[in-house]
Design a protein around this ligand. Structure first.
Ligand code: ATP
Ligand code: MG
Length: 270
């Protein structure tokens, strides 16, 4: 369990925020994390102060078949393969491309970093995805071991989820039989709002243990942090959302341990 996709075809549910801040929380616990931004909106990179053009992004890395020279390092232990808006054209460009579902998987498997294969160097590889079920999403699900679905604690949280689950089943069948639904994260939880509470209850009833216990609260600091190019944990360490992301990291690590017998920080190979 090393490569995780942050997926939900609904927009604005917290995919990027959870991917960025969970990654950052893990790096503070000395794990090495690579965050791959595979969304043309490029929010994961820009939220960490990284802005690149087409020929410095994952787009070019896919063409070259190696991502090493494109990785940025905003914080100790955290590396980012940034995206750019040019990725929008990818779907059309790949229509007749052989093995077009395996581009990201091949890139991860063939890339090296500091002399090590990517998956040996990094403890975790997180992939942020666009709000769609597209060839990009297919590539992400084909390349991943586990799926994390962020859900916003609002009335239509479960809407579209059955389509997503159906898509995941399709990918398992055609491209990636070992893929697992690793967890659901409830985001933008407002403890003063009864609806938030009800939605959280309903999601737990449906998905039971797969839902992480840690709730990510709504906080205006979370939405401010990206404009300063920072994770919320670095922006305001004592913020309730920052503390929640650190707690989520603990829960995530415990769950990973149940899936794989051995998990050791990749730092030990240096
Ligand atoms: N816990 C939170 N509290 C307050 N605002 C939040 C929280 N989590 C996310 N947001 C804000 O909600 C908006 C949507 O979040 P985010 O960009 O992470 O969603 P997304 O699913 O990645 O969106 P997209 O589908 O467009 O990629 C952003 O402005 C973000 O700053
Ligand atoms: Mg996003």
């Amino acid at each position: 369990m090393k490569i995780f996709a942050f997926i939900n075809q609904k927009g604005g549910v917290g995919k990027t925020t959870v991917a960025v801040n969970l990654a950052r929380a893990l790096t503070l616990k000395n794990y090495k994390v690579l965050l791959i931004d595979f969304d043309p909106q490029a929010n994961a990179g820009s939220g960490l102060g990284i802005r690149v053009s087409k020929n410095e992004s994952i787009y070019q890395a896919l063409i070259e078949g190696n991502c090493e020279r494109f990785l940025k390092n905003p914080y100790t232990n955290l590396y980012v393969l940034p995206s750019s808006i040019d990725l929008v054209g990818l779907e059309v460009e790949l229509v007749d491309f052989p093995e077009r579902e395996y581009l990201l998987k091949n890139l991860i498997e063939k890339s090296f970093f500091n002399g090590y294969p990517l998956q040996e160097f990094f403890d975790f590889i997180f992939i942020d995805s666009p709000p769609s079920l597209s060839l990009i999403t297919v590539n992400i699900l084909t390349a991943s071991h586990g799926i994390i679905i962020p859900l916003q604690c609002e009335y239509y949280a479960l809407e579209g989820l059955s389509l997503l689950v159906k898509t995941i089943r399709g990918i398992k069948k055609s491209f990636n039989p070992d893929l697992v639904l690793f967890g659901l994260v409830l985001t933008m939880y407002d403890s003063r709002n009864r609806l938030s509470h009800e939605v959280a209850e309903e999601v737990r009833n449906h998905f039971k243990w797969i839902v992480f216990n840690t709730l990510i609260p709504r906080s205006v600091r979370v939405s401010e942090a990206p404009s300063f190019g920072m994770s919320v944990i670095d922006y305001e360490k004592t913020n309730k959302a920052s503390l929640a992301f650190l707690e989520l990291a603990e829960e995530f690590l415990n769950r990973v341990k149940n899936y794989t017998t051995i998990i050791k920080p990749a730092s030990s190979i240096n």
